[in-house]
Each structure stands twice: as structure tokens, then as C-alpha cells.
Design a protein around this ligand. Structure first.
Ligand SMILES: [Zn+2]
Ligand SMILES: [Zn+2]
Length: 345
């Protein structure tokens, strides 16, 4: 029987106040008769040449920049400044994705003050993982059809033997980004489309994407007063920071549906991967997340670090968020797969 203490475990009164809605699932518990149809109602696929070019630049650009810029000498003391700013941007945009895009906008794990909602939406947008409404629609579709036809980025639909597992990993990690398979925002994110703040921020995605990369360039210019310093800061706090967070997020889609532990009952292949917990802000406790998608905390077992849950707790103590859906011990127990029921991985 696993222990159920967490580094960021909720207070007892919080746990007692939690609604049973933390057990809400997207979709409802699996049964052949209630499986949703994989009719996604998405817009017809159009020419994606421009989108594919942008995606290619985002995926390959940072690697090319590293290969080109490092030999030119953009390291040394400039790297220290660049790494410091890169960590700050990584935290800002990473919490924007984890606390904002994922736990707030996709799953309504808590209710924020309007100013905090806007800050989280802007922070997530500056991660350059897509606009807020499109990100949420795609992610909710992933939960709706998890590891079944209709899932936009499942690695297991490509088979589970060794060669196809490699193909499945590559598809779930980056391949699906190039697919002509749009997701209907009207079907999967109608609540967000009714929020004028989020609609405005969604439309500002191209502007905020440029801002996210230009700010490091400007800070580099101000701090060093040289073009080399500015470009070095752009490299580390712009491109490399963005690429690292991209690969961490994509690893949740790929690694956390292929390898790891499955202590909870989900009906899909989602796993908990401890090695990714810190850099993903707790998102890699993905098996529990699929078991209880609305829970504000994903790392619910002993010693499971969940930085996003910790930040939500801080927001709650500051009075900036309410109605936080903390999981109770009883709910965790209900979702735990008994050892004898666990399938081999
Ligand atoms: Zn998943
Ligand atoms: Zn989710």
C-alpha cells in the first residue's frame, strides 16, 4: 500500500472541503456502450504549408542556432547572464503552461482572480506552444480519446512492439505537430470562447510569441551593450529556453504514455515518470492526472514533487484563487489500482 504524503500535501480542512467533482473524468469511465464517437467536428484541413514551416522553425531552429552560435563564441560570461534569464523565462512560461493552460483553463482545477487569469494566459502563450484556446481544445481531445482513435498524439496507436514503439514515440513527441488534423474549438473549448479576455489573448498569440523572444534580445542589448551579448541572451533565454520547455511538454505526450509506473486506474496507457517531475512542474505524474483530470495536484503520493500544485497553494493562501480541487485521501484510495490488478508495462 503506497504512502500518501506529499511535499505539498493539502491541509485537512482543505481536503474535507473538496467536492467529489475532483473525480470528474474526460471521458466518463470506459465502457463500450458509452465511448464517444471519434467525430471531431474540426474545421476541414486546409493548406498547412505556412503552419508546417513555422512548426519546423520552432522544432529545429533552436538546435541549428546552438550548432551555429556556440562555435562563434557566444558562451563565457554572457552565458551566465543568459542562463539566469533563461531560468526566469522557463519558470514564468512553464508555470503558465502547467498552472494556467493545463490545470486552470483545460481542467478548471481552481477559480482565479481575473488579473491572475490574464497573467497565466499570457505566460502560457509566451511558451510558444500554440494559442490558449487551441492548446486547451487539443488537450481536452487527448483526454476524451486517450490512446484511442481520435487522440491527437497517442504513441500507442502505432503499436507496442519495439520498432513501432519508436515510431509511436516520435509521433507523440513531434510528429503529430505536422499532421493536418485540426481540433474543433467550438466542440472542445466552448467555455473559453465565451471568455472575452481569453479570446483577446488567443488572438494576440503571434504578438506575444515575438515579444517572448524579443525581450531576451532587448535585455541582452541593455546589459551588455553589444550585438553579440544581445544575440547570446536571445539564444539562451529565448530559443534554448523555449526548446527545453517544448521537449518537456512533448515528453508528457510521448514518454508519459509509454514508459513509467501506473499506480492508478485510468483505462489508458498514461504513466507516472519521476525523472521528469521537477522540470515539468509536476506534470509527469501523468497517470494520476488521467485518473482525476480536475485535481489541482498531480503528484499525490509520498515524495512526489509537484511545483505547480505548490504554486496553486501559494495563490490560494494569498487569496488569489478559490475553489481549489485538492484531492482527498479517500479519492486517491478509490483511484489506486491494487497491485494484483496492475498490467505489466
Ligand atoms: Zn495524457
Ligand atoms: Zn490534462
Amino acid at each position: 500500500m503506497p504512502q500518501r504524503r506529499s511535499l505539498f500535501s493539502p491541509r485537512k480542512q482543505e481536503m474535507d472541503a473538496v467536492s467529489e467533482t475532483v473525480l470528474e473524468r474526460l471521458p466518463a469511465p470506459r465502457a463500450a456502450a458509452v465511448l464517444p464517437e471519434p467525430n471531431l467536428d474540426g474545421p476541414p484541413p486546409g493548406p498547412l504549408t505556412a503552419a508546417r514551416i513555422v512548426t519546423s522553425l520552432l522544432v529545429a531552429g533552436p538546435l541549428v542556432a546552438l550548432a551555429v552560435f556556440i562555435p562563434l563564441g557566444w558562451g563565457g560570461t554572457k552565458t551566465i547572464w543568459g542562463l539566469g534569464l533563461a531560468v526566469a523565462f522557463y519558470l514564468f512560461t512553464g508555470f503558465g503552461i502547467s498552472v494556467g493552460f493545463h490545470r486552470l483553463f483545460a481542467h478548471h482545477s481552481f477559480t482565479p482572480h481575473r488579473v491572475l487569469k490574464i497573467v497565466l494566459a499570457v505566460a502560457g502563450t509566451m511558451a510558444l506552444e500554440g494559442s490558449v484556446i487551441s492548446w486547451v481544445a487539443t488537450h481536452r481531445r487527448h483526454h476524451m480519446f486517450s490512446d484511442r482513435p481520435g487522440d491527437p498524439h497517442s504513441p500507442v496507436s502505432h503499436g507496442t512492439d519495439t520498432p513501432t514503439t519508436t515510431r509511436g514515440f516520435l509521433w507523440a513527441h513531434v510528429g503529430w505537430l505536422f499532421a493536418s488534423d485540426p481540433t474543433s474549438q467550438q466542440r472542445f473549448a466552448p467555455d473559453l470562447l465565451r471568455d472575452p479576455d481569453l479570446v483577446k489573448i488567443d488572438r494576440l498569440f503571434p504578438v506575444l510569441a515575438v515579444v517572448s523572444l524579443v525581450i531576451p534580445l532587448a535585455i541582452g542589448w541593455i546589459v551588455t551593450g553589444t550585438l553579440g551579448g544581445a544575440l547570446g541572451m536571445f539564444l539562451w533565454a529565448g530559443l534554448i529556453r523555449m526548446a527545453l520547455l517544448h521537449h518537456v511538454t512533448w515528453s508528457i505526450n510521448s514518454v508519459c504514455h509509454l514508459w513509467g509506473r501506473r499506480p492508478f486506474t485510468t483505462g489508458d496507457n498514461s504513466t507516472n515518470v519521476a525523472s521528469l517531475a521537477l522540470v515539468s512542474f509536476g506534470e509527469s505524474w501523468h497517470n494520476f492526472h488521467h485518473a482525476a483530470p480536475a485535481s489541482a495536484r498531480h503528484g499525490v503520493l509520498a515524495h512526489q514533487v509537484d511545483l505547480a500544485a505548490g504554486l496553486i497553494r501559494i495563490f490560494e493562501k494569498a487569496g488569489w484563487v478559490t475553489k481549489v480541487r485538492w484531492p482527498t485521501a479517500t479519492q486517491i484510495e478509490t483511484l489506486t489500482t491494487r497491485v494484483e490488478e496492475r498490467a505489466p508495462i
